[in-house]
Design a protein around this ligand. Structure first.
Ligand code: ATP
Ligand code: MG
Length: 554
């Protein structure tokens, strides 16, 4: 096998660990979502990193639900997370775990720490406990019960488990160091009382372990070698190591490594804020195509390949930053350019009547399905006397830079003929309702034998054969590139009122009639689109995934 070329500092660390013979040369990672919301594009970065890195080294990746807080967790989220990880193209095989699988073991370990005088019950309120923690430069104050006897602590801990105390009455704390410069080591919480049923353990527990305690032990029990997480956990690492060192006896140690989280312009990424957008109805649901969630991106028309490629391009560093959403859009354009079937769709129809074309004749012209991929072949597009073009491709009094259709001007209809506009028909209010044009039968296929040129090629559909449909155009969900970054203003103040535009009277080539939900297309000149799950044979609905070019910098 060729030597593996590490692409980032984490892979370099693994190369070094393997060279040093650590962990019996195993590489084992995990993706540990908390099931309290749907996954977003930031999680996709973590998924690609964890699964992708393990795969690179011939290792394994576990999916582990970090379900230690029953107050906010639901089975709906568990199911959606599994669906999203699979859709992204990754497989945890038979290694699906839940932190809740370890509640018994974690309890036993807590008892062991109590017995060794390394954990104690504190009856003080949360406020007092945080007040007593001190500041990084001022040592904390010891709790009055810090040195109480293990037997007393144990009895109370058992009573906590039995439900004899109420939420907030007391907590279990690890006894570490109240003057440590690392605040996380100043006797952190291990257990709190939560009288909430758990989505997996039901009413069995009313005390739940804290993340910092549960996570390292779970990693240890699963044989994780590299526990990759985001930078905010860097300061927790000594605590992660402390618990493992106190409780585990073998030489093997999972190694926590941190990287910077993904942030993207013009959106928010925190699950709490995404939940708020859904619950308060600013978007339709978690899978609204404007959401940065994986299911939202899927519904919008993003492919797993484009997201994996994006994750690759943003790279892995230790420096926090913000990635321009334009990079994500670049990745989907690039993928769909290679894959998407081309079609013509008119979103704002203007009727064209070809006065010299025979009535009741329907001709079929050949159109290329994908110029990037000849193997996708050609299709037939019906052409007839009455057609639609886009309103904006016509100007009655064209400006000097307008090269498309105008009275007396000639343009090409893609794959078909040259047409010339002779007359503009208006209704009683002066609105243009129809253009009378003539076509040149000599220009079949779109070229004139006499070599004359036209300056514009328009997309079109045949009015009778085309299928009426709805098209949804999306714009950025927020008008500000950093909606979260304003101290005085709430992120909701930057919601873009024009983030969704629904065009209800569009016409698309009949080719698409049986299109399946989520299939990607390119509508020529308009962008990449896909079939929305709301689409029905009697009313097709399309989402615009992305425009053909990046227009944001105009
Ligand atoms: P949020 O802050 O959005 O609520 P979280 O960190 O609480 O997210 P978890 O479910 O705990 O969400 O995250 C699961 C994994 O995904 C963690 O390892 C976490 O570090 C990683 N992750 C979460 N958000 C991002 C992000 N924006 N970029 C990269 N990785 C992320
Ligand atoms: Mg978290």
């Amino acid at each position: 096998m060729d030597p593996i070329v590490p692409k980032n500092f984490i892979q370099q660390q693994i190369v070094d660990d393997l060279a040093a013979g650590k962990n019996d040369k195993r590489v084992h990672t995990r993706f540990p979502p908390e099931p309290n919301g749907y996954l977003h594009i930031g999680h996709a970065k973590s998924i690609c990193l964890n699964f992708g890195t393990a795969k690179l080294f011939g290792g394994k990746t576990n999916l582990r639900f970090d379900d230690t807080n029953p107050a906010k967790e639901e089975t709906e989220y568990v199911d959606s997370i599994m669906e999203d990880v699979k859709w992204l193209g990754f497989d945890w095989e038979d290694r699906l775990y839940y932190a809740s699988d370890y509640f018994d073991k974690l309890y036993d370990f807590a008892v062991e720490l109590i017995n060794r005088g390394k954990a104690y019950i504190d009856f003080q309120s949360q406020e007092v406990i945080s007040e007593q923690r001190g500041t990084p430069t001022r040592p904390g104050t010891e709790s009055p019960t810090r040195n109480s006897a293990p037997e007393i602590n144990l009895r109370i801990f058992e009573d906590m488990k039995l439900g004899k105390y109420n939420e907030g009455d007391c907590v279990l704390r690890a006894k570490i160091d109240m003057s440590s410069p690392n605040m996380h080591l100043r006797d952190p919480l291990m257990y709190r009382i939560l009288k909430q049923p758990h989505h997996r353990t039901g009413d069995k527990w009313c005390i739940y372990p804290m993340y910092d305690y549960a996570h390292g032990q779970s990693d240890f029990w699963e044989g994780i070698t590299h526990s990759i997480c985001t930078l905010e956990f860097e300061v927790h690492r000594p605590l992660y190591d402390w618990f493992v060192d106190e409780l585990q006896e073998t030489d093997y140690r999972p190694r926590q490594i941190e990287f910077s989280r993904l942030n993207i312009t013009s959106t928010v990424m925190s699950k709490r804020k995404l939940l708020q957008l859904v619950k308060e109805g600013y978007v339709k649901d978690w899978d609204d195509p404007r959401m940065p969630t994986i299911c939202g991106l899927r519904r919008r028309g993003y492919t797993p390949e484009s997201i994996r490629n994006f994750a690759d391009m943003v790279g892995i560093t230790k420096v926090d930053g913000v990635t321009d959403v334009a990079l994500l859009e670049f990745c989907i354009r690039e993928d769909l350019n290679k894959k998407a079937q081309r079609l013509m769709c008119v979103t704002d129809p203007l009727k064209i009547v070809l006065t010299n074309y025979p009535e009741d004749t329907v001709e079929e012209v050949d159109a290329v399905n994908n110029p990037e991929d000849e193997s996708m072949g050609k299709r037939k597009v019906p052409f007839s006397k009455v057609l639609y073009i886009e309103q904006e491709d016509f100007m009655e009094e064209p400006s000097s830079k307008f090269y498309r259709l105008a009275p007396g001007k000639e343009v090409r209809l893609r794959y078909a003929y040259f047409i010339r506009c002779n007359e503009v028909i208006k209704d009683s209010e002066g609105n243009i309702v129809e253009l009378q044009c003539t076509y040149d039968p000599e220009t079949k296929g779109g070229n004139a034998p006499d070599g004359r040129k036209v300056k514009a090629t328009l997309h079109w559909v045949s009015s009778k054969e085309a299928v009426n449909c709805e098209v949804r155009l999306y714009d950025r969900l927020f008008t500000d590139p950093d909606p979260d970054g304003h101290k005085e203003k709430d992120f909701l103040e930057f919601l873009n009122p024009e983030s969704l535009k629904t065009l209800g009277n569009c016409y698309v080539e009949p080719f698409i009639k049986d299109a399946k939900p989520l299939t990607n297309y390119q509508f020529e000149r308009l962008g990449y689109f896909n079939v929305d799950p709301d689409s029905k044979p009697e009313k097709l609905v399309f989402n615009r995934t992305v425009s053909l070019k990046d227009n944001s910098k105009k």
